[in-house]
Unconditional design. Structure first.
Length: 366
């Protein structure tokens, strides 16, 4: 068994929903979403040139996804929440929706893990990775991996011993990308396995080769008890490697895998509810005063802050007007936004009914 996983700083692939960062972290988050939207637009543009109406309809949804972002800054506790956005929810095509979907799943399963720790303190999490041989046919390779995984899991319930016999709960996901050396499709599986004694990597390798006939490559390593996020991230990141492949490969993966279940669980991880709403969970700041910050996207400059307005928790949900135009010059500088909000907080921990920010020189307020 290998060494424990080190924390991976990969904000483009996953973030933790419900763990709010303050106003100073917002510019980086907006930049991350801007890069994701740019990638989504490239994918949508490629799809528009494909024959058939279905691809064009999905491309329109992806194109509109993330056109605006409405963040709420709960300034008395310095927490920023993504309150509303236009999501296409095509997570195999859209990096922005993939980020948000991964955040929701990560938060849900971490919450279940915390409950499991209380009920069964002897269980420990381990990250198990299973691979199959690379191949040119994605549909065939994915079907092969899926069938092998099912057979491995079934062996737990049969008479003869399996390397996974000690696993009392698991959640796993499939990841699709091109192999670095082969250039062919390289589907693999990441699993969080809960057990008192870790699976023996040697035995698991032999069993996996017996099942697949073409792969003995497996990996088993412990997940840190102090920092479980570092291991859980591997399961809830992108199913498709957007940053490592061309739009043509992304679209091919979507056409091959759409409708298939790419995240599954068993045992004490079974039944975890992952919210469908991709906005941030704001239950921890309910009733607190806030400021709304509206960003809109332009191809020329990414996301720009267009409007900052005060609000109360009793207000109706915000709806952006699709005809609103993005400013032609950059909106407030990140430093200006942070300074303005912090200055207002220092004054009276409230906004007194007027926006804390004014447009930068040469910029019109919408």
């Amino acid at each position: 068994m290998r060494e424990p996983i080190e924390q991976k700083k990969n904000p483009e692939q996953v973030e933790l929903d419900g763990v709010s960062e303050g106003i100073e972290a917002l510019p980086k988050r907006v930049d991350r979403y801007g890069k994701a939207r740019k990638s989504a637009l490239d994918i949508a543009k490629y799809m528009e040139g494909l024959p058939g109406q279905q691809g064009k309809e999905v491309a329109q949804r992806v194109t509109a996804c993330g056109d605006y972002l409405l963040f709420r800054h709960f300034f008395t506790v310095d927490k920023v929440k993504l309150h509303a956005a236009q999501f296409c929810k095509a997570h195999l095509l859209c990096p922005l929706c993939a980020i948000r979907r991964g955040a929701k799943a990560l938060a849900a399963y971490l919450a279940r893990w915390e409950a499991i720790q209380i009920e069964r303190p002897n269980l420990r999490p381990y990250l198990v990775t299973l691979t199959v041989k690379d191949g040119p046919d994605l549909a065939e390779r994915f079907a092969h991996l899926h069938k092998a995984q099912r057979e491995l899991w079934k062996r737990k319930h049969r008479i003869y011993a399996s390397a996974l016999d000690g696993v009392d709960g698991a959640v796993w996901s499939y990841e699709i990308k091109r192999g670095k050396g082969s250039g062919q499709w390289h589907p693999h599986l990441h699993m969080i396995a809960l057990c008192e004694v870790p699976p023996d990597q040697g035995e698991l390798s032999r069993e996996w080769h017996e099942i697949t006939g073409d792969s003995f490559i497996v990996d088993v390593r412990p997940i840190s008890q102090e920092d479980p996020v570092s291991g859980f991230i591997e399961v809830f990141k992108y199913a498709v490697k957007f940053s490592d492949q061309e739009p043509a490969d992304t679209v091919h993966a979507w056409m091959t895998l759409r409708g298939k279940r790419l995240l599954a669980s068993s045992g004490c991880f079974r039944g975890v509810d992952v919210p469908d709403d991709l906005a941030d969970d704001a239950s921890d700041v309910a009733g607190l005063p806030f400021m709304d910050m509206l960003y809109r996207y332009s191809k020329a400059g990414g996301y720009s802050l267009m409007q900052v307005t005060p609000g109360t928790a009793s207000e109706r949900p915000f709806k952006a007007h699709s005809k609103a135009k993005a400013p032609t010059t950059p909106s407030y500088l990140a430093a200006d936004l942070v300074a303005a909000l912090r200055t207002r907080q220092t004054l009276d921990r409230g906004y007194g009914g007027s926006p804390p920010c004014q447009p930068s020189p040469g910029q019109r307020a919408p």
